[in-house]
Write a protein that binds this ligand. Structure first.
Ligand code: GTP
Length: 648
């Protein structure tokens, strides 16, 4: 081997000539002996061995846990994805940023940068595991726990005064020095009551509350249920009650608008009792405070009750550890980049802390409290707006402070990977079909159900019949029942409580249908009660045998109707999706309610009978034994298919 070659090798490997010579000696290659000229491939081999050794001694190994994508490799090598794609291209491999590459190819690329890929775990993995444990367990010793302020959500029916009440609460507490000052909206506000802090989440309504819970975050300690004294319990009041119950969050009732002439507190109390909430002055244990948000009456008493409930709940946290919390809301600010309001729930968050929020990571650059002031530390039950994240996290995302920037990046990466896997698995939520097999895992012993029906009577009937099915092994729990179409809010509740939805004579609204698909929520609709009961019963005994399933083929909208003597009502329709077939079975849906289920009598285009009509075409339809079709009705055409029972 020539001296020049030794220099070249030393240069490439960033080693001294002496070290290269020493290594060659170890490999029993006498570099100085002109006779032992090496073939080029032998030189390559030597290089290979030396590279590996260097990688091993420098600790330049990168652990690959299962699959490897271009992006992950780029992150691990601290290079841009496009650089890695270029490298791959030079090697004759075309790959996109999210594409998976083989371990061998990954190793080749890594070796170009002096790194070695190894399968399995390394220090990074250990660090990750340690962090995972920190995130998951969060076990605090009793002696480390100190009292923390309560976090409250305001819920209630539309127009019952949630926003007014929150405003009134905030104003009660404005000290003269702050009056007139600009209060910044950060998604939460803090008020002082008798020297104690109470945190209110600014987003009123159970949607926000439930969507957070659906994402696994429990941020509220209690809920204030606002009921207008002149209006009483309304559908959304009931929904709010059930959402709070499902989350196991204590309720305080605020009977609002007591200043109004039509106010009737006793009626509200009676209606609450009908919902299973017996107020204290009627001998129950539900705290109920009459208020007027408008006149700011009763607000102090309400806040005192909040403190009382907080006292009973013994809310505690350990402030002396790395912070954990939840994203309340987040957005991209033009000037400041990603901004997230975070509720610190345990530990103390400090400016400069490396953090992970959902799949975003970063370092806390600045924190702003609900009064719009910059702060350096945030203790448990404090809402702060934070700057410094790499991207915008989602409401409900978990936030954790971690030991180092590297750890933050690793956790975020790991979460991204988990999020991708989760997306693939999202169809594995509770469904009637696999309830029995999940029950076998011994974890599922409860079947949670949300019922929506066309009339209150049906809700009750379905609820009672289903709950009666409970036996020693399985408890059937109806966590919410209401009148009307299946809405997004129902889907969120089902997601949060791992429930299935049973619709009786109602259908999901389109947005709910999309969400159910995304979240993998099992929505079943029936027109006959006993069929629903039969299915649930069968699911409980593992005998569910969906031998026949309805498969939607297309939807049409009724644009006009006309009568034809001897035939009945003809519906002039426009097929909005899929196909409608001759003789097809149909559901006629009006305002989300199924008003008829039956069969097509005739399907025509321009007076001719046709076999099928595709999306985008007009047609005429008439129905067997049904003439009450109206403009605006939706015709859902479906076929009944026999399906094989899946082996579990
Ligand atoms: N008389 C009277 N009116 C009130 C009171 N509280 C709220 N209102 C009025 O009721 C209406 C609805 O109040 P909001 O606070 O907007 O109700 P909300 O529950 O937040 O409504 P959404 O946000 O639309 O769900 C407004 O016109 C308020 O002025 C009260 O104590 N007394």
């Amino acid at each position: 081997m020539s001296k020049t070659r030794v220099y070249q090798i030393a240069n490439e490997l960033k080693m001294s000539n002496e070290d290269v010579l020493a290594k060659l000696k170890e490999l029993e290659i006498n570099a100085e002996n002109k006779d032992s000229e090496l073939e080029e491939d032998e030189v390559e081999l030597v290089l290979e061995i030396l590279r590996d050794e260097i990688a091993a001694t420098n600790g330049n190994t990168i652990a690959i846990d299962g699959k490897l994508t271009v992006q992950e490799l780029a992150t691990k090598l601290d290079k841009s994805a496009s650089e890695i794609i270029m490298k791959l291209m030079k090697m004759g491999t075309m790959a996109t940023i999210n594409q998976e590459i083989s371990f061998e190819i990954g190793s080749l690329v890594a070796s170009e940068y002096g790194f070695e890929l190894v399968e399995g775990s390394t220090n990074d993995e250990e660090e990750l595991e340690a962090i995972d444990a920190l995130i998951d367990k969060e076990e605090d010793k009793e002696e480390d726990l100190v009292k923390r302020p309560p976090v409250v959500t305001v819920m209630g029916h539309v127009d019952h005064g949630k926003t007014s009440l929150l405003d009134a609460i905030r104003k009660t507490n404005v000290t003269s020095s702050e009056a007139g000052g600009i209060t910044q909206h950060i998604g939460a506000s803090e008020v002082m009551v008798n020297g104690e802090k109470v945190v209110f989440l600014d987003t009123p309504g159970h949607e926000a509350f439930t969507s957070m819970r659906a994402r696994g975050a429990q941020v509220t300690d209690m809920a204030i249920l606002v009921v207008a004294a002149d209006d009483g319990i309304m559908p959304q009041t009931i929904e709010a009650i059930n959402h709070a119950k499902a989350a196991n969050v204590p309720l305080i009732v605020a009977i609002n608008k007591i200043d109004k002439p039509g106010a009737n507190q006793d009626r509200v109390k009676q209606e609450l009792a009908d919902q299973g909430l017996l107020v204290e002055d009627w001998g129950g244990d539900v705290i109920c405070v009459p208020v007027s948000a408008l006149k700011r009456e009763g607000i102090d008493t309400l806040l005192e009750m909040v403190l009382l409930v907080a006292e009973m709940e013994e809310l505690k946290a350990n402030p002396n550890k790395r912070a954990v919390g939840t994203v309340i809301e987040a957005q991209l600010d033009k000037g400041r980049g990603p901004v997230a309001t975070v509720l610190v729930q345990g530990g103390t968050l400090r400016v400069g802390d490396p953090i992970v929020a959902g799949v975003a990571s970063g370092k806390v650059r600045a924190m702003i409290n609900s009064k719009g002031k910059r702060v350096k530390v945030a203790e448990p039950s404090t809402a702060v707006e934070i700057l410094g994240l790499s991207e915008v996290p989602q409401g409900g995302d978990q936030v954790v402070a971690v030991p180092s920037d590297k750890a933050a990046r690793l956790v975020a990466e790991k979460r991204q990977q988990m999020a991708r896997e989760e997306m693939l698995k999202s169809n594995q939520r509770m469904s009637l079909d696999d309830f029995f097999s999940q029950m076998g895992d011994a974890e599922v012993k409860e079947l949670n159900i949300v019922i929506k029906a066309d009339v209150q009577g049906s809700v009750q009937a379905v609820k009672q019949s289903l709950e009666k099915l409970s036996n020693e092994e399985v408890a059937v729990r109806v966590i919410h029942g209401g009148v009307g179409a299946v809405t997004e809010s129902d889907i969120m509740l089902a997601t949060a409580s791992n429930a299935i939805i049973i619709g009786f004579n109602v259908r999901p609204v389109p947005s709910a249908e999309v969400l159910a698909k995304k979240e993998g929520v099992d929505v079943r609709t029936y027109t006959i009660i006993y069929k629903a009961i039969e299915d649930v019963q069968a699911a409980m005994t593992g005998m569910l045998d969906p031998e026949y399933v309805d498969e939607d083929t297309g939807k049409a909208e009724v644009r006009e109707t006309f009568k034809l003597s001897g035939v009945g009502t003809i519906a002039g329709c426009y097929v909005t999706s899929g196909k409608v077939f001759r003789g097809s079975k149909v559901r006629i849906v009006r305002d989300g309610f199924i008003i008829h289920e039956g069969q097509l009598a005739a399907l025509r285009r321009f007076k001719d009978d046709v076999k099928e009509v595709n999306q985008g075409y007009e047609c005429g339809m008439s129905f067997v034994n049904f003439n009450d079709v109206k403009e605006g009705d939706i015709i859902e055409a479906y076929i009944t298919k026999e399906v094989e029972r899946k082996l579990k």
